[in-house]
Design a binder for this molecule. Sequence first.
Ligand code: NAD
Length: 325
Amino acid sequence: MMNTPVIVTGAAGFIGMHVAERLLDRGETVIGVDVFNAYYDPALKDARAARLQGRDGFKMIRLDIAEHEALAALVKASGAKRVVHLAAQAGVRYSIENPFAYERSNLAGHLSVLEACRHAGVEHLVYASSSSVYGDRPLNGDGFRESDPAESPVSLYAATKRSCELLSQSYAKLYGFPQSGLRFFTVYGPWGRPDMAYFGFTEKMLKGEPIEVYGEGKMARDFTYIDDIVDGVLGVLDNPPETGGHEVYNIGDNDPVGLMDMITTLEAALGIEAKKTFLPMQPGDVPATFANIDKLRALYGYQPKVKLADGLAKFVDWRRGYARD
Ligand code: NAD
């Protein structure tokens, strides 16, 4: 299959750009699909796309994945047998004010990808889900497992991500093409998303402005460095389930870190002490996330490698070198 292209939806996004780059690094041909939405700084998406477009073997198609006829025609004409579907309307808090963006990109968009894949005879669809499907749960000894209940989403974003998993489950049973859903845990790193806490805090700290610490600083997240996420995506892509199979995998660091510890680590990476304003939890936020990664380990020996201090230092290096504004 190495000579057929891989389609990566959301290729102008944070994770999509990195996945596309790694696929190109190993000699694959990649077709990126992205609508370049204006959820955050469009210049950042343009810069990511420009990086990819400078590479041999890459082509970017500007398309809304919910345009199902156009997407189906594209997938079929490409000859692709593998699709990595990362396009989505991301963000938990934004979903409360903008529900219909999630209906279009995450529900209609996912269905459109499923239809396109089945008509084109795609042999493995790997798609992004989210740790948010686990809902409001306390930290426990060895983390959230894929077999744990995921039926109580506390944000519209989480509800759409869980819905994608259910749609995929039904399509795998109905049409047989293998699918793998990836529950990513708080991804960070160079070329990251400005709407995420570590990135927003960095911008404020560089300007000497106070940062807003939600949940009074008591939240914990399983922060996962982008290269470890990409390792997981490619590892799963290369190990499809059998025909008719649909598997869901956590991809995380397996080491939850308190928000205040993350801030202390970021302060050290930046060499700046943050001024902090403490605020209550925001609607839709969960207190903690913690990935159990036994299932992915068992699949192919997955092991995250980059700890938070090193990963944030890499992010800060990138941010200092990236010309913005
Ligand atoms: P991102 O917003 O940087 O990337 C998503 C990309 O999808 C964007 O470039 C956007 O323009 C594109 N897109 C949105 N709607 C589209 C549509 N209708 N048609 C075509 N393109 C569209 O987000 P990301 O952090 O790279 O996330 C990638 C995937 O991983 C998403 O599915 C997200 O929900 C999921 N995820 C991310 C995280 C994280 O911490 N970053 C955690 C859990 C899950």
